[in-house]
Design a protein around this ligand. Structure first.
Ligand code: EPZ
Length: 427
């Protein structure tokens, strides 16, 4: 298994190209199941999770063509997806257990074929993560859903019907699943308390391009008019806001100065506000945004994760890594997932001073971190260790690199190009 070796102490300087969003690409690829016409997606990042989704969609009968992105230094892929017919309505355990986002095929298969059999994803490293809201919403649209042998077995023999459904809790995945189901349902679906993450807006815009009228994009009430058939479309995936925030924090950690090309400041406003409070400057540029920390120490700030537009849970670990070196204390509260603090013991091995009390972590800044051998059990936790390593004395080795490869395209090359002492060690 590959490892990452980082020797800290170098300032990051230069530019980093931000890739297309992983969490927007995954549901956008699933939307291809809704139509027998081609869907072309540009700016898809090259990541393990995208490969896993391709593997799943091919099982369902999707033909996928891949070509390199056309534009210069950016390395995204253009995917052409076409589902002339659904070959199988089963999403098997061996794929769903690797990637929870596989559960997104449920609504689309049910809407197009009137049947779906999707493995239950089970718990994962960041919490129990049930799918009860996906099920309740689809039931409100007329589906019958049972659990049999670890699989969700769903049927809608007369097709799905438009319905009004209010989410009792904000869920990104359940909102996406119901939007796709609603696209081919009979009549109008109204989703209240829908997630407002930019990835939802991206899916909505793509469905609109495929001929599905959707109102309220970007708000907590989405109205989707079901259609009989979707048309061919071409869509460009939005830049990855979590990758943008991650590199902004890495730059801040090294007191660096980097332009994040294609990064969009308006997608990370809450995180940007926290970073500014900590003493980091972020400014929009014609090509993206510039992050600098050129004078003064980092200051401790408190953050609490919340659904968008709140501070993203997917940046919580990275913010904590940054706060380990701040002057003063920082209270970091995680309200979205119940056990997303696995990075804490690993950061402690590097000399961080963090105390967990229920859903909050109190981080007391330390004057220095020291390199160590570390590993993490999820994507964002792993990258938080890389951020800590960039400012640590000596060398850090991050094991279990496959977590990072699920969500960061060419991380070591992007950081090395800005002066980091970093290498991937095969093994
Ligand atoms: C998406 O996961 C993202 N994944 C996650 O990114 C992200 O952390 C999360 O949204 C929150 O922003 C993708 O987009 C592929 P949720 P999702 O449903 O859709 C509870 C990363 O690192 N819930 O919004 O699975 C759930 O347990 C990943 O890139 C229910 O109770 O998240 C959680 O506490 C990790 N019942 C909360 O809601 C349900 O039926 C929010 O989860 C569904 C969710």
């Amino acid at each position: 298994m590959d490892r990452l070796r980082i020797t800290g102490g170098r300032q990051l300087k230069g530019e980093i190209a931000i890739s297309g969003s992983k969490n927007a690409s995954l549901p956008l690829m699933v939307a291809a199941l809704l139509s027998d016409q081609p869907l072309v997606l540009e700016n898809v990042p090259r990541l393990a999770d995208i490969d896993t989704m391709m593997q799943l969609l091919r099982k369902h009968g999707v033909e996928i063509g891949e070509s390199p992105g056309s534009d210069g230094h950016r390395h995204g892929t253009t995917l052409e997806l076409r589902t002339a017919r659904i070959a199988s309505t089963t999403a098997p355990y061996d794929i769903v257990r690797k990637m929870r986002a596989s559960v997104l095929v449920l609504g689309a298969l049910l809407a197009r074929e009137g049947a779906a059999r999707v493995s239950l994803p089970g718990g994962c490293a960041i919490g129990a993560r049930p799918v009860d809201l996906h099920i309740a919403g689809l039931k409100a649209m007329g589906a019958d859903i049972d659990v049999d042998g670890g699989y969700l077995v769903a049927r809608a023999s007369k097709g799905l019907k438009g319905a009004r459904y209010t989410f009792p809790k904000v869920s990104v995945g359940a909102t996406e699943n119901l939007m796709m189901a609603a696209a081919l349902a009979k009549g109008t679906t109204v989703l209240d308390n829908a997630a407002r993450e930019p990835e939802i807006g991206d899916l909505a815009n793509c469905l609109v391009a495929m001929g599905v009228p959707i109102h309220g994009i970007g708000t907590e009430t989405l109205t989707i008019e079901g259609v009989d058939r979707l048309q061919a479309a071409r869509h460009r995936v939005i830049p990855d806001r979590i990758e943008t925030g991650t590199y902004a924090m890495a730059v801040a950690m090294t007191a660096g100065d980097v332009e994040l090309v294609d990064g969009r400041l308006e997608l990370i406003e809450t995180a940007a506000a926290a970073l500014r409070q900590a003493g980091v400057s972020l400014d929009a540029t014609p090509r993206g945004l510039r992050v600098q920390r050129t004078n003064g120490a980092l200051r401790g700030v408190d953050v609490m994760t919340e659904p968008y537009p709140g501070f993203p849970t997917d940046l919580q670990a990275q913010m904590m890594a940054l706060m380990t070196r701040a002057e003063g204390a920082s209270m970091i509260t995680e309200t979205v997932f119940e056990s997303r603090f696995m990075h804490v013991p690993e950061l402690a091995r590097m000399g961080a001073n963090v105390t967990i009390h229920h859903e909050s972590a109190l981080v007391r800044g330390v004057p220095k971190l020291r390199g160590a051998e570390v590993m993490a059990t999820d994507l964002r936790a792993s990258v938080s260790l890389a951020i800590a390593a960039l400012a640590a004395e000596g060398t850090t080795t991050i094991n279990r690199l496959y977590h990072l490869d699920r969500g960061y395209e060419r991380l070591e090359r992007k950081l090395a190009a800005c002066g980091a002492d970093i290498e991937r060690v095969a093994g």
